[in-house]
Unconditional design. Structure first.
Lengths: 200, 200
DNA sequence: CTCTTTCTGTACTTGATTATCCAAAATATG
DNA sequence: CATATTTTGGATAATCAAGTACAGAAAGAG
């Protein structure tokens, strides 16, 4: 019973994620966000209240979508544990490859946000989202590692929880190294080398 | 033939590094910098021209001091190649331990700056410093790895350049993971696991 | 001892960026 | 087809941090 929106809320969140994941919160202006989403200022504020709120929603959206993708891979019964980890690396590398074609590294909202204690303190929802995401991701990873130890593709000696933190650490490191312009094939080799204590 | 400074320029740079490495450029205000260095606004501007200039000098200072420390370790003929890498990990872990005692992660000006394309574009000196630092670090690392392959402490199969990128990636990843509150002992275990393709 | 030069402290200016306001537009509903 | 209701666009206000100005303080040189 009123004028409908001319834009899709999810499309705006996608655009916001694209900006935030490379520029971070502080260095992304609301104007950039409007521009990227092709939405006028007041529409954005009308729909999302404030830059902070939009960031929280974008972060939520980001971890939900990436979490879902990782979930389908890491909990895929068709694959061995080791294959799941390698597929995960492939996905991350794909993101970097696509970003590289656009002339920059993919960035990562999680790495950005984790590295910014201020951001986490300013809005505790950010902390909560990151904590939750981390727990979820570590749980999926250790699950895949346990599966790999049962199917024989991953060495029995390693502690699954440690292995999970390792995988998470390596991927974060890749996000950083990707910024240095290293080509994606090297990056993939490095990733697998970093996980070699699991994958042998 | 004039009034001398009441502060030490290097002390100001140290303070600036302490702020920048945890908060990043955008989220560190000049007021914070003054506060941290116990220096008044005009003194700071008189000595360092602008926030950008101060950042460049701080970054330079940061990579110079950390570079020097890494250099003494990674080029230490008394140690095997593997021992050099392990000692490097110890140094990073020490930084994190000290920071943890102060209630936060150590942060890292290099990781922060690398993850911020805007920062690098705004002042090309930042790019140059980071590029130079990376090359230097990779060169030291691959040198240590080659030394390890000669003294038998590092597997012959690995490409020293790849190994260098791996070590750099793992350390960056540790800087990120440290922000999640993982205890330092776990962190150290993860570091060694990530480097296991070199250290076995 | 005084003069010159630089440093220091405070208050102010400026510029950018976030957020708001309000009138006009659009449309589903009755 | 009128109306209620929300969105939209443009302009405006409010805020906040970077940088500047200037007067006064400090100390070495002559």
């Amino acid at each position: 019973m009123a004028r409908p929106r001319t834009f899709d809320e999810t499309a705006v969140l996608d655009a916001a994620v694209r900006e935030f994941r490379v520029h971070g919160f502080a260095e992304t202006s609301t104007e950039q966000l409007c521009e990227a989403a092709s939405v006028r200022r007041s529409s954005l504020y009308n729909a999302f209240v404030s830059k902070d709120e939009l960031f929280v929603r974008a972060l939520q959206h980001y971890v939900a979508t990436t979490g879902a993708r990782q979930s389908t891979i890491l909990a895929d019964d068709e694959l061995t544990g080791a294959e799941r980890l390698r597929t995960l690396v492939d996905v991350v590398m794909d993101e970097e490859l696509q970003a590289a074609n656009r002339g920059h590294a993919a960035g990562c909202m999680v790495v950005q946000s984790l590295m910014s204690p201020d951001l986490r303190e300013r809005d505790e929802r950010v902390s909560r989202i990151l904590d939750r995401d981390l727990r979820e991701r570590l749980s999926l990873l250790s699950g895949a590692i346990r599966a790999g130890q049962i199917d024989g593709s991953i060495a029995k000696g390693v502690d699954p929880d440690d292995g999970a933190v390792l995988a998470s650490t390596v991927i974060s490191g890749l996000r950083v190294t990707a910024q240095t312009g290293v080509d994606v094939e090297t990056l993939r080799r490095i990733a697998l080398a970093g996980l070699s204590s699991l994958l042998h």
